[in-house]
Design a protein around this ligand. Sequence first.
Ligand code: SF4
Ligand code: FES
Length: 251
Amino acid sequence: MENSINIKLKVWRQAGPKAKGRFETYELSNISTDSSFLEMLDILNEQLINKGEEPVAFDHDCREGICGMCSLYINGRPHGPDDDVTTCQLHMRKFKDGQTITIEPWRSAGFPVIKDLIVDRTAFDQIIAAGGYVSVNTGGIPDANAIPIPKPDADEAMDAASCIGCGACVAACKNGSAMLFVSAKVSQMALLPQGRVEGARRAKNMVAKMDELGFGNCTNTGACEVECPKGISLANIARLNREFLKAKAQD
Ligand code: SF4
Ligand code: FES
């Protein structure tokens, strides 16, 4: 049976990157607990448009936990109160009737606000461009069994590759560190023979770009792992540190 709730929203509104932001309060009635969080924001925006007001700008694309676009800080947690889900996978059944829900953009020097709840996450693209690839021409697709890979390595590489680049790890970190993201991207290749060759150089270049773009240092608080919607493990950070030290030793 469908239930509905009435909620109060405190939403961060900011006209542009240099504008001063503020919280605006909105009240929504009869929101189905079966609706997703983003559907609830769609309803808010329909109501704002009908009143001739500016809709709330927020990012989304796939709405199924794949693209990493839906970067919202909800009641003090990246991607909200549910574990291991992105904002687009969050449902209104996780909230109570009469509850106030505070919605903010990611807060990080590396992710400046563009408008309202949308932040600029191109810093992650720049980090990838600094080394998150295999630089040799790998030719056509080889047979799956051409290079034997131990199953545990393949599993670990796949786990690391499930990082969707959402940035929740940065938003959760008191230092604004991007180490969990970088470590996942380094690990997904360092664990496989094709990516192993450039592992150390990749780690060095990606960490240098991360530092240059204003992300903070990792002090092992572990908040990133707790809030990551894809369960990326801190073990990847340990691997990144090993790769990085190896690269420094080769200098
Ligand atoms: S490590 Fe997790 S939280 Fe960080 S970008 Fe990847 S999926 Fe998002
Ligand atoms: S909109 Fe694609 S992960 Fe949420």
